[in-house]
Design a protein around this ligand. Structure first.
Ligand SMILES: CC(C)(COP(=O)(O)OP(=O)(O)OC[C@H]1O[C@@H](n2cnc3c(N)ncnc32)[C@H](O)[C@@H]1OP(=O)(O)O)[C@@H](O)C(=O)NCCC(=O)NCCS
Length: 183
């Protein structure tokens, strides 16, 4: 879905804009995704796993985000560049349409500036205005304290922990934690 841009002031005084992704973002968004995957172990892929993900696929993804009534993706622009994205996904299935899923990733140079909080404020507003949605749900990897702090700040609580769900390249096994917020 598309939406009116939202302007926010970051903790360092700069302005960021949360806006709908555009077709023209495709190449930069692909580069952003690969870069962000290389900056943390707490996302669900390694950057090389994007090797066959083309600009065309990225473009199709953006188109889907624009056209889908069930997905709202916030693209964050700082100083004219993509700093991150956040997404809320609803669905129409009778058994699960009371729930929405969330994903978020920012480039490292933009962590700790309040962008995560701004995205969550918008996601919660969006979910609250959608009839029938009662529950927000997300998964986070054990050790991602910054993310867990953000989610707790917005009222999410840990409801499940899956042991050994994640295995890093060096063999480290980590839990996957599910957090929920009731609206
Ligand atoms: C996790 C992430 C989305 C957080 O976004 P952010 O913009 O850095 O978060 P904010 O600046 O809004 O900070 C939110 C809260 O986290 C807490 N926080 C900030 N830095 C922290 C740190 N180093 N450790 C623990 N908590 C921290 C603060 O309580 C802050 O709230 P406050 O501003 O009211 O004090 C971002 O760091 C990121 O993209 N990380 C890499 C990708 C990732 O892990 N995605 C999530 C996958 S589940």
């Amino acid at each position: 879905m598309t939406f009116e841009p939202v302007e926010i002031i970051l903790k360092d005084g700069r302005t960021a804009v949360l806006r709908t992704a555009q077709i023209a973002d495709a190449a930069e968004m692909l580069a952003f995704r690969i870069k962000s995957l290389g900056q943390t172990d707490y996302l669900m892929q390694y950057p090389e796993e994007m090797a066959d993900y083309t600009i065309e696929k990225q473009l199709n993804f953006i188109n889907r985000m624009i056209e889908s009534p069930n997905d709202k993706m916030f693209t964050v622009i700082v100083d004219g560049k993509i700093a991150g994205t956040g997404q809320v996904s609803f669905n129409n299935r009778i058994k699960t349409r009371h729930k929405a899923g969330i994903g978020i990733a920012l480039l490292k140079e933009y962590w700790g500036l309040g962008i995560g909080s701004a995205i969550f404020t918008e996601i919660i507003k969006t979910a609250q205005s959608r009839a029938g949605v009662e529950l927000l749900e997300l998964n986070v990897i054990e050790g991602n304290e910054r993310a867990i702090a953000l989610y707790r700040k917005f009222g999410f609580e840990i409801v499940a922990e899956i042991p050994d769900a994640i295995r890093l390249k060096d063999g480290t096994k980590l839990k996957e934690i599910t957090m929920q917020k009731r609206l």
